[in-house]
Design a protein. Structure first.
Length: 223
């Protein structure tokens, strides 16, 4: 399964989505900071599985409906940061989908995650990540699970990796930095966490209109 995740920077990079879908032949596309009311039902070969409805910085998941069916979707509100309480940009920070592979009947979970901004603590983001994994699992227990998105976690990543490993998840960093809003500040913001998948690497796609670069990966269900 080829998965692409892209933070659109308040929908600024939305004009790139059709070409992105065509050029990278993905099975699943996860979006952050999108305007869900402005999203089309289809992007080329991809169909909209679901999107958040109340967020100013929305989430959306598209999937290849030729090869997958959607068993269920759900949206989850996670612990709020001070930024969320004052400015209310994104109360719902996880969108999860339960997908079925048509050819084999194999089932899997995909999560689209957007962590609290840098004004929050790493401790809060760790709680959000753990809650997001639990939220995904509430759709179906025991399935391979994959979560992608903007984790807003540029420092102390090795510690986060160790913590997640104890809970049965692997965190995979990208091959290059994904965030470059300012020339003097770049970082690894966009990650992948997974359980029951084999992922060899996570690549970074060319920069577009967003301050984030899209990430791309191939995930194989572990035997």
């Amino acid at each position: 399964m080829r998965v692409v995740s892209y933070n659109l920077r308040k929908h600024a990079a939305s004009g790139e989505l059709v070409a992105l879908a065509e050029d990278h032949d993905m099975d699943v596309l996860c979006l952050q900071e999108c305007d869900s009311e402005a999203l089309p039902d289809r992007l080329g070969h991809l169909s909209l599985a679901d999107s958040t409805k109340t967020n100013r910085l929305g989430l959306a998941i598209y999937y290849r409906d030729r090869d997958y069916t959607v068993r269920a979707t759900d949206v989850f509100a996670l612990d709020k940061s001070w930024h969320d309480r004052v400015l209310a940009p994104a109360n719902e920070r996880l969108l999860a989908a339960h997908l079925v592979v048509k050819a084999t009947g194999r089932e899997l979970l995909v999560g689209d995650f957007h962590g609290a901004p840098l004004t929050a603590s790493n401790s809060l983001r760790r709680k959000q990540i753990a809650a997001a994994h639990t939220g995904m699992r509430s759709l179906a227990e025991g399935l391979p699970a994959l979560m992608v998105g903007d984790f807003n976690y540029p420092w102390f990543i090795a510690g986060l990796q160790r913590r997640l490993r104890t809970s049965g998840y692997e965190l995979i960093r990208t091959t290059e930095p994904t965030y470059a809003r300012y020339k003097f500040f770049t970082g690894y913001f966009d990650f992948v966490t997974s359980s029951g998948f084999r992922i060899d690497r996570v690549d970074v796609l060319p920069a577009g209109a967003s301050d984030h670069r899209a990430i791309s990966l191939i995930a194989d269900i572990a035997a």
